[in-house]
Design a protein around this ligand. Structure first.
Ligand SMILES: [Zn+2]
Length: 212
């Protein structure tokens, strides 16, 4: 099991500064719920990549003294089950699902050395499309509760939701980030290109599991 945490969006900086050593320790075990029982249990390697290179980085792992199970702390520039950095995936999702770019345009702009492969890109888009309605529902309920004046909660948002839930989720995530910035000053450097990073951070720890 992995929780997701914000270490800043830059994988290179995470590696150079060994940010895994600052991974937050959850107050209670996410498996059994016992408090104050998590102790360090080393690290495991992840080898995410972008278009040009493969990175090697460590992910912190905690173990529960009560139930012996482990929980790791995944930086939010990584997804649980995808090999590529989230910034690569998010840029492609926006191009395809928001700007409705053709596969040829996406490949020309994003896969200079034939990475990622077209089949990989297509899998991301269809997976995100499959998850979008569930995530969108959760974002909308959240905004309605936390930020009832959010610009997302108008008729325009609803129309988009029914025709293209993936596009609607990308748009809604912008509003979610806008709300979050009023709550946490450390999100000040999250630009529009990091809205999916925040969406993932927010939803992964809220029980939404897979995003892409
Ligand atoms: Zn436990």
């Amino acid at each position: 099991m992995a929780i997701v945490a914000d270490f800043g969006p830059d994988a290179q900086e995470y590696i150079i500064k060994s940010k895994q050593e600052d991974a937050p320790r959850p107050e209670e075990c996410p498996h059994c719920g016992v408090k104050g029982c998590l102790i360090g249990h080393g690290y495991y390697w992840r080898k995410p990549r972008d278009q040009l290179r493969v990175y090697r980085l460590e992910v912190k792992r905690w173990q529960c003294k009560a139930c012996k199970r482990t929980v790791s702390v995944l930086p939010n520039f990584l997804l649980r089950s995808r090999h590529y950095l989230l910034e690569v995936i998010a840029a492609i999702l926006a191009l395809r699902l928001e700007n409705l770019a053709s596969w040829a345009v996406i490949l020309a702009r994003n896969a200079p050395e034939r990475y990622p492969a077209l089949r990989t890109i297509q899998r991301w888009c269809s997976s995100f499309w499959e998850q979008a309605s569930r995530w969108l529902k959760a974002v909308q309920e959240w905004l309605a509760r936390q930020d009832s004046r959010s610009g997302w909660l108008d008729a325009q948002g609803e129309a988009l939701q029914s025709s293209n839930p993936a596009q609607a989720l990308l748009a809604a995530s912008e509003h979610l980030l806008a709300w979050a910035k009023t709550e946490w000053t450390e999100l000040a450097n999250y630009g529009l290109d990091k809205r999916v990073h925040f969406l993932w951070l927010w939803g992964a720890n809220g029980g939404l599991s897979r995003l892409v």
